[in-house]
Write a protein that binds this ligand. Structure first.
Ligand code: DWN
Ligand code: SAH
Ligand code: ZN
Length: 409
């Protein structure tokens, strides 16, 4: 057993190193061509805690290098995600926020994809996010946002300036926060006695089942599973009461956490915890097999791209995701194999992908002219993108996907 000197960030237990992707850059560090010498690298390695089973990174990137005023990701670029968050907000309004003075807090609200529905429905709300440019968009769309990191101190300030929160909600953010003890201390201060903390995250069970190795990058500090989140909630004085699997982002999970005894554990929560027992999500062998499948995908993908290149076929990337950083840097894919990536996010245009230095161009470049093949980095938005780019296929274009294995579609 390879035990790491670093201890578990949740419980202080021993960490067993289970995956190593080597030297990687900051995944959302899309750079200007003149700044390629300014990149920050770290060793992207994961460990599993032998005590509480939480899968987590062994080397941490300082938060200000990842999340800052110019953080480029914009949640609202996807129509499917806009619908998802509208539905989620509507459901919470219906079930939890009916009282006229109910208060909703969102951690990591980004461009207000969720809060605009709260605002339009007249629900008292506050978003907290250090990403100032994204917050400007949220505010322009009617949302109240504080530009800050959520942690114990900001939670205490919010509680003093507002009132206890009936719902604290967070999507794709809590797993990004290594200092999770501070989040739970903040939750204890902010959450009303009968309030709930709802968090949506990528699900470790889906990552393993689909060999979705690109879900592993700097921002995804923890890879959550039912059991590890249940243990974590209990450790910090809370209780996991409900779990719901979600199809978004290639396999997500929604956890509902409350103060002990406030809500009954749902059957869905118990069922998932039971199912998980046979998945081996805390077993080293699971990750050794995962690692072998990643190697296979990497070899097949690079072989395919080299062959297409040798045959004179054109290949363009689609979607400059954060996840592409792990794929391009781990597999060794640079502008020689993929000359550019198209993306709708204006803040990424004219920049290069971190580490692999592939130029990013506007979505319009995709049809000007269409390439022979498109490598779909944004595979989690495949339905939306393929529908939008129907003409590409009609004209003989082909999509290259690499999850759960390399295939052409
Ligand atoms: O967890 C996280 C999720 C929610 O978002 C964060 N850590 C960061 C980020 O991860 P990501 O960059 O991997 O997210 P997406 O949503 O897979 O990124 C999709 C990319 O593709 C965006 O740059 C937008 C782009 N896109 C596009 O060009 N055309 C997306 C769609 C739907 C499109 O039609
Ligand atoms: N909730 C959105 C955005 C996810 S991207 C969605 O699901 O699409 C992650 C967001 O978390 C970024 O906007 C980032 O700035 C924010 N973030 C990172 N650390 C945070 C913290 N400590 N408190 C609040 N937001 C944080
Ligand atoms: Zn632990």
């Amino acid at each position: 057993m390879r035990v790491n000197a670093v201890r578990c960030r949740i419980c202080g237990g021993q960490l067993q190193e289970c995956l190593d992707f080597g030297r990687q850059p900051v995944s959302n560090g899309f750079i200007r061509p003149e700044h390629v010498d300014r990149e920050h690298y770290f060793r992207l390695a994961m460990g599993v805690c032998v005590s509480c089973t939480m899968v987590q990174q062994l080397e941490e990137v300082p938060r200000a290098r990842m999340f800052h005023a110019d953080y480029p990701y914009r949640s609202s670029e996807s129509a499917a995600m806009r619908e998802h968050f509208e539905r989620t907000a509507a459901k919470l309004i219906e079930t939890e926020l009916k009282a006229p003075d109910a208060f909703f807090v969102e951690i990591g609200c980004n461009d207000g994809i969720m809060l605009t529905t709260m605002s339009a429905a007249g629900v008292r709300h506050l978003g907290v996010d250090p990403s100032a440019r994204a917050a400007e968009t949220a505010r322009a769309n009617g949302a109240h946002v504080e530009v800050d990191y959520f942690e114990e101190s900001s939670a205490a300030r919010i509680r003093a300036e507002h009132r206890p929160a009936d719902v604290v909600y967070s999507a794709n953010t809590i797993s990004h926060i290594s200092y999770i003890d501070s989040i739970f201390r903040g939750m204890d201060v902010l959450l009303a006695p009968k309030g709930i903390f709802v968090l949506e995250e990528r699900y470790l069970g889906d990552i393993v089942a689909n060999t979705a190795f690109d879900q592993i990058y700097d921002e995804h500090f923890y890879l959550f599973a039912g059991r590890s989140v249940q243990t974590m909630a209990a450790r910090f004085g809370f209780e996991l009461v409900d779990i719901e699997r979600l199809p978004v982002h290639g396999g997500s999970i929604r956890f509902t956490i409350a103060r002990p005894g406030v809500r009954r554990l749902t059957a869905a929560c118990r069922d998932l915890l039971t199912q998980e027992e046979s998945l081996g999500l805390a077993a080293l062998e699971t990750y050794l097999r995962f690692r072998a499948r990643v190697e296979h995908i990497s070899e097949e993908l690079v072989t395919l791209l080299r062959r297409l290149h040798a045959d004179g076929r054109t290949v363009v990337g689609y979607g400059a995701t954060s996840r592409s950083a792990t794929v391009t840097n781990y597999c060794g894919i640079g502008p020689g194999l993929v000359p550019f990536i198209c993306d709708t996010t204006t803040g990424k245009h004219g920049r290069l992908t971190p580490g692999s230095h592939i130029p990013i161009r506007p979505a319009e470049a995709f049809s000007d002219p269409y390439p022979d093949y498109a490598l779909l980095f944004a595979w989690n938005h495949a339905d939306e993108i393929m529908a939008k780019e129907r003409v590409f296929r009609d004209r003989g274009g082909k999509w290259i996907l690499y999850m759960p294995h390399v295939h052409i579609s």
